[in-house]
Design a binder for this molecule. Structure first.
Ligand SMILES: *[C@@H]1O[C@H](CO)[C@@H](O)[C@H](O)[C@H]1NC(C)=O
Ligand SMILES: *[C@@H]1O[C@H](CO)[C@@H](O)[C@H](O)[C@H]1NC(C)=O
Ligand SMILES: *[C@@H]1O[C@H](CO)[C@@H](O)[C@H](O)[C@H]1NC(C)=O
Ligand SMILES: *[C@@H]1O[C@H](CO)[C@@H](O)[C@H](O)[C@H]1NC(C)=O
Ligand SMILES: *[C@@H]1O[C@H](CO)[C@@H](O)[C@H](O)[C@H]1NC(C)=O
Ligand SMILES: *[C@@H]1O[C@H](CO)[C@@H](O)[C@H](O)[C@H]1NC(C)=O
Ligand SMILES: *[C@@H]1O[C@H](CO)[C@@H](O)[C@H](O)[C@H]1NC(C)=O
Length: 399
């Protein structure tokens, strides 16, 4: 009896479960449960949550308030939408509100006072806009419209097919929580906004101009000393989808307001490998330990993987993830180009420990979880994989 009790205690101690939320163009947010027992993982679909339709494109988690926001790009309809959900203890989602927005929201970021007044800013790729929404008090999931800012281009950019209009592709917040930055793929700008602490209205500052025709898509901040302050060194890494470059800018906070940028480093998203034709870089993230930068590459299958059906010798094409070590001067040291686990890694995210990377594979219609060595920063083999109906657009860890 004693032996059995000890055995059960050991099993309980080593088994763990984490939920992930996945958006896909099939029209649902899928809750996945990742369980691990003695190093073996399993990834299961546990809930399908509707309401963020027709084209769920992005998920923003407000973990502290138990709320998930879902953006719907509204591809077949004139408007996009924003939905809020309360996260149940079992990982299912209860939709609270849904509101029409300008077309094409693809990324959102929370801002404001973490314990009080809060808002979410949305980047609209299709609608060439930035919008802002007031969020209700903790636990309610309510929200209301605040502001639309619509952009125009006097003439198309160098890549006329993709830069015929401004295309806001992401909204991120700086480490001090005071500025919202919005890469605009069409206008070759990273737009800069501060906000009113009372109304959450966004106020424009001078944007960062990036290389003409480069098509900035996403960006990430890096503080070498891990401290958020106005006088310590901060770098912004901008990944350009059309040029397939990653460029580092030293960011400073002038007395007069706004942000000042100085380019310090730029390299290929393929590191030391030749950039293949058709590559389209997508996501960028700094590892939780603040030591590595990871970028996803889509649309040219540099790798192939064994078929999951072992009797089938046809290998599965795979795009890639590039890993760079971050240096204190803002430069990057290329470390690895590694299979992403399938086709079109539009989005990926790391767990808080940094030892797992969940990759949202748009064309493979799947989520793959890859092992990651926290010490070396190198990504390893897939530990779990699950098919998700429709084109996968975003995957976030509920932790
Ligand atoms: C989406 O969820 C709804 C309701 O749970 C379900 O009826 C539908 O089959 C789901 N669709 C997909 C594509 O999973
Ligand atoms: C929000 O409410 C939950 C409980 O409903 C609480 O655990 C959490 O700390 C609150 N968060 C904030 C930021 O007030
Ligand atoms: C819906 O789209 C139309 C056309 O682009 C736009 O004029 C309108 O403001 C949008 N509605 C909302 C609530 O943003
Ligand atoms: C940086 O600013 C903080 C206040 O934000 C101040 O306490 C600190 O002394 C400053 N450090 C330097 C090196 O200027
Ligand atoms: C991928 O890149 C290689 C090397 O540049 C090129 O030969 C091939 O045509 C590209 N494939 C696609 C689908 O663009
Ligand atoms: C993918 O590659 C093809 C062939 O090189 C190219 O025509 C297409 O524009 C690329 N797609 C994106 C999103 O870059
Ligand atoms: C083998 O795998 C390929 C790629 O997934 C697939 O297209 C093909 O239908 C499979 N063949 C058989 C016999 O299952």
């Amino acid at each position: 009896m004693l032996a059995l009790t000890v055995l059960l205690a050991a099993i309980t101690a080593t088994a763990s479960a984490t939920n992930l939320f996945v958006s896909s163009y099939a029209g649902n947010i899928t809750t996945l449960s990742l369980t691990e027992h003695k190093g073996l993982f399993s990834l299961e679909k546990v809930f399908f949550n509707g309401g963020c339709a027709p084209s769920p494109s992005w998920l923003t988690l407000d973990r502290g308030r138990g709320t998930l926001y879902c953006l719907d790009e509204g591809l077949p309809v004139p408007n996009g939408s924003l939905s809020s959900y309360l996260i149940r203890p079992d990982g299912s989602l209860t939709q609270v509100e849904r509101a029409d927005t300008l077309n094409g929201p693809v990324s959102g970021v929370l801002y404001g006072d973490a314990s009080g007044e809060r808002a979410i800013a949305l980047a609209h790729y299709g609608g060439s806009a930035l919008s802002s929404w007031h969020l209700g008090t903790n636990g309610t999931g309510s929200f209301s419209f605040n502001q639309n800012i619509i952009f125009t281009l006097p003439h198309p950019g160098p890549n006329a097919a993709r830069q015929e209009a401004p295309h806001e592709h992401q909204a991120i917040i700086d480490p001090t929580g005071q500025f919202i930055l919005v890469p605009d793929l069409g206008a070759d700008l990273v737009r800069v906004y501060s906000y009113s602490s009372t109304t959450d209205q966004l106020m424009a500052h001078d944007p960062l101009s990036v290389a003409p025709g480069s098509g900035p898509r996403h960006a990430a901040f890096y503080n070498p000393y891990g401290i958020a302050c106005q006088n310590c060194t901060t770098f912004l890494y901008v990944v350009a989808e059309l040029a397939n470059t990653v460029t580092a800018f030293a960011v400073t906070y002038p007395q007069a307001g706004g942000l000042a940028f100085e380019e310090v480093y730029s390299t290929s998203v393929y590191g030391n490998f030749p950039l293949p034709a058709g590559n389209a870089a997508a996501e960028i993230a700094v590892s939780p330990d603040n030591r590595f930068l990871i970028i996803s590459n889509r649309n040219n299958t540099s790798f192939s993987l064994p078929n999951p059906d072992r009797r089938n010798s046809t290998r599965i094409p795979s795009d890639s993830l590039a890993t760079f070590a971050l240096n204190c001067d803002g430069s990057l040291a290329f470390r690895q180009l590694w299979p992403a686990g399938g086709s079109y890694p539009r989005h990926f995210s790391m767990n808080s420990h940094g030892d797992l990377v969940a990759v949202g594979l748009q064309q493979s219609s799947s989520v793959v979880v890859l092992a990651r060595d926290v010490a070396t920063g190198l990504i390893g083999n897939a530990v779990a994989e699950v098919e998700v109906e429709g084109q996968v657009t975003c995957v976030v860890w509920d932790e």
